[in-house]
Design a protein around this ligand. Sequence first.
Ligand code: FE2
Length: 364
Amino acid sequence: MSDDFLPINGTDYIELYVGNAKQSASFYQHCLGFALVAYAGPETGVREQASYVLQQNKIRFVLTTALTIDSEISEHVRIHGDGVKVLALNVDDARKSFAETKKRGAETVQEPKVLSDDFGEVVVASIKTYGETIHTFVERKNYRGIFLPGFQPIKSDLHVESVGLQYVDHCVGNVELGQMNRWVDFYEKVMGFKLLVTFDDADISTAYSALMSKVVSNGNGYVKFPINEPAKGKKKSQIEEYLDFYHGPGVQHVALATDDIIFTVRELRRRGIAFLHVPEIYYAEVSNRVGSIQEDLAELKELNILIDRDEEGYLLQIFTKPIQDRPTLFFEIIERNGAKSFGKGNFKALFESIEREQALRGNL
Ligand code: FE2
């Protein structure tokens, strides 16, 4: 699109600030099938932090931990627990991306900065989004290194087999009651995104756990950010539970796409990943709702994978339980067979499942 003032090639990386990056890196390898590819820390001349880069096909996570007491990273972890700090976007021109978004009112974090080493240069620049989360524009067309200048390739002692995760499908943010439209406005006005879909509490409510959601997408559709806010229910919304434990807005889940969800989920379960459970009754009703699909329903039922259909096709999805002790960040695994939507038909079954978990934690 010629009128797209912020062309984005996709998600460049997702960086989490965590309490113990060394151990988290092991979890991402063993349990999620990521390969450890790069490292920055004291051994590479970085004194204040250690970062591990984990990759599976087009998905790249960076796990960063503080080495000092008076660090912005340790403060982030103290307040939020482990969580997503950076949603980095791959662009052809980081300076222009920064200038265009700043001009439209973005709060800036990092002016365009050139990072260089023997492998070339990368231009990075950052702006704020909801909570303490930031977007970093990454321009790496003149770089041939493993990740970013300052990082060195690393060979892990572990031999890790991929679980078939391919790319980041979408990243969801939770914001406070009344703030969803403000952040949808931000993505529309400051970043030139378009509103894709709206879900209100009639779509997504159970007796208790209501929420509202709007999905924004960039021009080419490669980057999709649903934004949730709590809606009034009889008891505490799952979004409120998140906000209480994260102490503010932040990334609720990252959806990772696979071409073969049966293989992926079987592997993840074998490696110890715990998923939300939907009751048997879901599968008794699902055929009427979604019609015929290629996969064996018995296998989907065995693995507890959810199914939904829209005008363009169907999708298969499943949600992990939170991946840290705080009931905050989790992952979605998704396989799209034509459908471009987000599984609205599953929300009710899913939220009843989330509520059961919430009740077990005493937070409902
Ligand atoms: Fe999702």
